[in-house]
Design a protein around this ligand. Structure first.
Ligand code: DGT
Ligand code: CA
Ligand code: CA
Ligand code: ZN
Length: 574
């Protein structure tokens, strides 16, 4: 069934295509306006009667009929007809900042440009500046817009979204009309990537807040703006949805818009069983058909409580058994940043890091840690100038020197040692023995068949000197898929030998995956949160490893990072 967002997009496309076809500007505007109104509507437009629709200012007969048609068939005939008249690529061109329908039509008729690729080519050959009304400056702007358009529509890494979110929250809280502003959606659940930023706020004057919001310098384009909601495209390439909600339903809205959808579906079913209905406005008795008097809604806690549940941490709200666990009072006590006493995996400038061992040690101390294992790459990893045995031994002495300067921080030497193609390690056993913490990782021959890859990693796990398996899946979010490996079998080998698995906090890695880390916990496999820091500031990625662990239901007791130096040394010995 079509939702408001989809209806809004269809109307937006209608407006664009009508403009391309040279249609009367008032008709174009009517669709643009309708797109914004529906996008900002809190009720589902498809559920409204024609009469109710016509009562909304700005919605006329044609638009209302269109909504009815979409609600019925999911499509709009007029749009289908228009689409068939223009090449698909033309619409993409239209969305490139700096280009509108008029200019797109000029490019199409004069230069036969009907795709983004052709547009790029024309810009490279300096063709645009020769056109009437274009010029070199506009050409340059369009070139910039192109890079932007490529980034749009994609999911953003959590870590990058975090910077944006922090910025947006700060700006919003600076508005005099805003009382409170908090994140919701996948961002609040700490997902690896987010599709857009969802923000909720309470305000003294919601309409004003939305007006200011739409005009922020961070905003590239307003997608929809209504009385309680606005959607914008940020210049950074991500959509941001802001909803203004009344304080008495703030908790209900926060619960609803935090999601996930799957979690909410199960929660609503539970509410029904208990004689309530739950929506973004509150929890209502079923007998209260008009939803006049909520029994809960001000806070999330009271909603979960009325349903007989402890408040479920956002990271767990993925419908993976959290509601049942809350019913049975066995929600995990999720790990927190303050439980972490050190890091195992990072790199100095001896290999591909940017800072010295001493600088890394100082940074680790600033993190408030008790210990840190400072690492590098092993000899085979030529791209990272991996350490020969000789350089490795020199680095042990360096570590001792640094240790003297930092009496309060316990330093260990770790090495990320390559698992070679045949499953043997990149240093002989006698050398591995000298390294405090051995992190074994695959950095080559990614394309082995699954059984070979599984055997390869299992062999490494059986090596008694290997303490931790690094980034098991090898995925790089948005860039590289995981390699083929039987995770279950490998984790079982880890359980058997009590070899730990890393949860790598690099924004592109976040590896183990959440579901695999959760399985590791079930199998009683030790876990190690790591930063894989290649520079001092990257120790901050520990926060990301913690979030990843939380989504996997991990508690303090499940990770080696919560051990004291004494306990850790004990563990490393066994
Ligand atoms: P994303 O943006 O793709 O990373 O993922 P979310 O979870 O942030 O999804 P989004 O932004 O579309 O919606 C935010 C939350 O709002 C979502 O987690 C649950 C709630 N929500 C949105 N649309 C619906 C819906 O049609 N039904 C239900 N039950 N919940 C919805
Ligand atoms: Ca979202
Ligand atoms: Ca959203
Ligand atoms: Zn690595």
């Amino acid at each position: 069934m079509v939702n408001n967002h989809q209806i809004s997009q269809i109307f937006e496309e209608m407006a664009e295509l009508l403009e391309l076809s040279g249609e009367n500007i008032f008709r174009v505007r009517a669709y643009q306006k309708a797109s914004q109104i529906i996008g900002g509507l809190t009720k589902n437009a498809r559920d409204l009667s024609q009469k109710e629709l016509l009562e909304i200012p700005g919605i006329g007969k044609g638009i209302a009929a269109g909504i009815e048609e979409m609600g019925r068939s999911g499509k709009l005939q007029d749009l289908e007809k228009l689409r068939s008249r223009f090449p698909k690529g033309l619409l993409e061109i239209l969305r490139v900042p700096g280009l509108g329908p008029k200019r797109a039509m000029i490019l199409f008729s004069k230069l036969k440009i009907d795709s983004v690729d052709k547009l790029r080519e024309a810009i490279e050959r300096g063709k645009l500046r020769e056109l009437d009304g274009f010029g070199a400056k506009l050409e340059e702007n369009i070139r910039k817009g192109l890079t932007f358009a490529q980034g749009a529509g994609k999911r953003m890494l959590y870590w990058n979204a975090r910077l944006l979110m922090q910025d947006m929250l700060k700006v919003l809280k600076g508005f005099p009309e805003v009382v409170e502003a908090v994140p919701a959606g996948s961002y609040r659940r700490g997902r690896e990537t987010v599709g857009d930023l969802d923000i909720l706020c309470t305000a003294r004057d919601g309409v004003k807040v939305l007006e200011h919001f739409a005009k922020l310098p961070q905003v590239e384009r307003v997608l929809a703006q209504g009385e309680s909601k606005a959607s914008v495209l940020l210049r950074a390439g991500l959509q941001c949805d802001l909803r203004v909600v009344p304080p008495h339903s703030f908790g209900a809205a926060l619960q609803y818009f935090t999601g996930s959808k799957d979690h909410n579906v199960v929660l609503r079913e539970l509410a029904l069983k208990k004689g309530y209905s739950l929506n973004e406005y509150g929890l209502f008795k079923l007998s209260d058909k008009e939803h006049k008097r909520p029994v809960a809604g001000k806070t999330e806690e009271e909603i979960y409580k009325m349903l007989g549940l402890a408040t479920i941490p956002p990271e767990l709200r993925e419908n993976r058994g959290e509601i049942q666990a809350a019913q049975e009072n066995r929600l995990p006590r999720l790990i927190e940043m303050k439980d972490v006493r050190g890091d195992f995996h990072n790199h100095t400038f001896h290999t591909d890091g940017r800072h010295s061992m001493e600088e890394m040690a100082h940074a680790a101390e600033k993190m408030g840690w008790e210990w840190v294992a400072i690492g590098d790459h092993s000899q085979s990893l030529k791209v990272a100038r991996g350490l020969s045995v000789e350089s490795l031994r020199k680095s042990f002495r360096e570590l001792q020197e640094v240790q003297k300067k930092l009496p309060r921080l316990h330093l260990l030497r770790s090495m990320e040692v390559d698992i070679l193609k045949d499953g043997s390690m990149d240093y002989p056993d006698a050398v591995l023995e000298e390294i405090d913490v051995v992190v074994a990782s695959v950095h080559s021959a990614f394309n082995l068949p699954e059984s070979e890859m599984t055997d390869r990693i299992k062999k490494a796990i059986r090596n008694p000197h290997v303490d931790i398996v690094g980034h098991l899946s090898g995925r790089l979010l948005g860039r590289r898929e995981s390699y083929q490996v039987d995770t279950e079998e490998v984790l079982k080998e880890g359980a058997l030998t009590q070899t730990a698995f890393e949860i790598n906090g690099q924004p592109q890695r976040q590896d183990l995956w959440d579901v695999h880390a959760h399985r590791a916990k079930e199998l009683d496999v030790p876990l190690a949160l790591t930063t894989d820091a290649h520079a001092v500031e990257q120790f901050e990625y520990m926060a990301l490893a913690v979030i990843q662990a939380r989504r996997a239901w991990i508690e303090k007791e499940d990770v080696l990072n919560s051990l004291s130096i004494k306990e850790l040394k004990e563990w490393l010995k066994n």
